[in-house]
Design a protein around this ligand. Structure first.
Ligand code: URA
Length: 308
């Protein structure tokens, strides 16, 4: 999409204007994709004035392009073996309400006041810390790793499970993969790590960093569902095949899932490669950058021009 002159400006007013133009354009494109051919004329508005910072801040919140639901290409998750521990397996059908075009209606409760979200996460953290559902993980972990970041973040990243560094420090994505994720967030998206929320499917480190067992995912997924419910992000980015397979109920590869929109609890969701994979296969960083740009456009974030 070609940038307008206003988008090229460096003066803050021009940047605010460019942001509003991008967001409006994205929303109109989303409406067009949804089959809306014309918009009703609204009541007369007051004459246009230079927007105040508060107005700009308010406008930048709800005016985002929420993409339409994707056609259902995901297959049901393959049947998992019976769990070794007593906790009941997760029901196959997740209680997700049909999403509205612009809302995130797939939640069971109304959003928590942002001021109450840190407290709600603290309660969940205590509960997770005492969890003994997976005997092997409970016996081998140093500590549980719930999540990290802004409890009212617009964007939530979801990875697989804590590794050795995370198990030691109690914070997700702090090892080598975490450093790459930080670069993706800061150098790529122009955000700060503390602006977003980062979590994993599992809250305990699987011994030897093996893949999570289906029964472990079944035991743990309710905690992640509650994190998503509390943080109520506007956008989700799933990192790698375990997060994507679990949250989208699919066996499709990341290569098949990336580059387009999905929904988790009604929240517009993008899939990309796990940072650990990107460390092993740096050629895939180009596609991961394209996935981040997909998110950035929908979030109304400026995409840096290519250095020529
Ligand atoms: N890999 C993950 O998926 N999560 C972490 O927290 C660290 C590495």
């Amino acid at each position: 999409m070609a940038e307008t002159d206003a988008e090229a400006g460096t003066d803050p007013y021009r940047e605010e204007l460019a942001l509003l133009i991008r967001q409006t354009r994205a929303r109109l494109e989303s409406l067009t994709r949804a089959g809306v051919a014309a918009l009703p004329r609204s009541a007369a508005r007051p004459p246009a004035v230079r927007p105040s910072p508060a107005a700009v801040a308010a406008a930048s919140e709800p005016i985002v392009a929420v993409p339409p639901p994707t056609p259902s290409v995901e297959r049901p998750r393959p049947a998992s073996p019976p769990p070794p521990s007593p906790a009941p397996p997760r029901p196959a059908a997740r209680p997700i309400v049909a999403p509205t075009m612009f809302g995130t209606a797939g939640f069971e409760s109304p959003p928590l006041d942002p001021a109450n979200r840190p407290g709600a996460l603290a309660v969940l953290r205590e509960e997770v810390a005492a969890c003994m559902k997976c005997a092997e993980l409970a016996a081998s972990r140093t500590q549980t790793v719930l999540g990290d970041g802004n409890p009212a973040a617009r964007l939530m990243f979801i990875g697989e499970a804590p590794g050795g560094d995370e198990d030691r420090l109690g914070v997700p994505f702090v090892g080598k993969a975490g450093q790459l994720l930080n670069d993706m967030i800061t150098k790529g998206m122009g955000l700060r790590r503390e602006d977003v929320y980062v979590a994993n499917v599992l809250k305990c480190r699987p011994p030897g960093n093996r893949d999570p067992e289906p029964a472990e995912v079944a035991n743990c997924i309710g905690y992640l569902d509650r994190q998503i419910e509390i943080v109520r992000p506007e956008f989700i980015c799933l990192l790698g095949k375990i997060a994507a397979g679990t949250l989208l109920n699919t066996a499709l590869s990341v290569g098949r899932l990336r580059g387009r929109w999905h929904r988790v609890h009604g929240v517009p969701t993008v899939v990309t490669y796990h940072p650990s994979y990107l460390l092993r296969a740096p050629a895939a960083k180009k596609e991961a950058w394209a996935d981040l740009q997909l998110l950035m456009r929908a979030m109304g974030l400026a995409i840096p021009r290519k250095k020529g």
